[in-house]
Design a protein. Structure first.
Length: 358
């Protein structure tokens, strides 16, 4: 990124896995480009441009991101949600598409960059810049772009108006249409290191070094996951307890307790149920790693409490039963997602586990 030589590629694709902080980087880069007093490697943070960038109200900074349709608006554009977007991103630039959509959605709508967005973008970029040299268009998750929108933008991305910069921020760049991909300069963003995540958690949440190190290991480079683990530590302990009860009762074939367990699960709500099943899948994987005895530190991502539990649990997981167990958990997940009856789904799951665990 050769800003200092004033040679900025006019379409850049920041590409990296979920939780790698690529949106935060794109925001910082945009601010840097526009800073009136930029230093060798950082923006000044105090000039008029920086202040506006930090509040996300700079008139030359534009945003496009996935939004949802609702009853009032059948062809929505990003600007209909811009106030909410600003608040959301300023609170923390580390989030997933699901948490963004959860914050704006009422039902089960799918988040997309709709066809109507293309003309909005063309309109905005046809204006002269207001205050900075550059107009900067940040497109978060271009892989969610409607084909029509993408096609309409191709020419603009190839030959943008003067002093216009496109920053595309993608988590699944293989899903961007190739004609758009080939017009962008690729900037690969690596996942966070364990040390970076430890430091971030300690600073933001004030947790002790041991806990931070445990959670950073589990997060495996994903900062969003690390934050989730910290914020939902209670949920996480709860899930470990649920998993332990399920496995213990299934192994003892204690049918009464298994029924009680599934009734308990049935009343927790759909999100909590899905959350538990994802948790169970991860724990299963880690326990297989343990029982395969090819244990290298970087293959096992367990926190203190999990590691304690898994010491005793892993002998019950082997190459024969791990796949059918994972299949059952995945099946339960998809049934929950399809609004099945949770009491039946969890009872069925527990009984199948009882058969597979011995
Ligand atoms: Zn500045």
């Amino acid at each position: 990124m050769s800003v200092s030589q004033e040679r900025v590629s006019h379409a850049q694709l920041f590409s990296g896995p979920e939780g790698c902080g690529s949106l935060a980087l794109a925001l910082a880069y945009a601010q840097y480009i526009s800073c009136e007093n930029r230093k060798a490697d950082d923006s000044c943070g105090v000039c008029k441009s920086c202040v506006k960038y930090e509040k996300m109200i700079h008139p030359d900074q534009h945003f496009v991101f996935p939004v949802i349709k609702d009853k009032k608006n059948s062809d929505p554009v990003s600007d209909s949600f811009i106030e909410h977007w600003r608040e959301f991103v300023i609170r923390s630039p580390f989030f997933t598409i699901n948490s963004w959509l959860d914050s704006i959605e009422v039902g089960n709508a799918q988040g997309l960059i709709f066809a109507s967005e293309a003309s909005e973008i063309i309109k905005k970029l046809s204006l002269k810049s207001f205050e900075s040299d550059f107009k900067i268009m940040i497109i978060w998750l271009p892989e969610k772009m409607h084909q029509t929108t993408a096609n309409k933008l191709l020419k603009l991305i190839e030959e943008p108006p003067e002093k216009t910069l496109f920053l595309l921020v993608s988590e699944e760049s293989d899903k961007i249409i190739p004609t758009m991909l080939s017009r962008c300069q690729l900037v690969k963003i690596p996942a966070f290191s364990r040390e970076d995540i430890e430091k971030y958690l300690t600073n933001r949440f004030g947790i002790d070094a041991k806990k931070a190190s445990d959670l950073a290991a589990v997060a495996n480079g994903n900062i969003v996951r690390a934050i989730g683990l910290c914020e939902h530590n209670d949920v996480y302990i709860l899930n470990l307890g649920r998993f332990r009860n399920l496995m213990r009762n299934a192994w003892k074939r204690d049918i009464i307790s298994v029924i009680e367990w599934s009734e308990g699960m049935a009343v927790t709500g759909r999100e909590a149920q899905k959350n538990f099943l994802s948790f169970a899948l991860r724990l299963l994987r880690e326990n297989l790693m343990l029982s395969l005895c090819q244990v290298k530190d970087n293959l096992i991502f367990l926190t203190g409490e999990e590691a304690e539990f898994s010491k005793k649990f892993h002998p019950f997981i082997n190459q024969t039963n791990v796949y059918p167990l994972a299949d059952e958990l995945n099946l339960a997940f998809s049934h929950i997602e399809a609004n099945g009856n949770p009491k039946i789904i969890f009872l069925d799951l527990a009984l199948k586990i009882a058969r597979l665990i011995r």
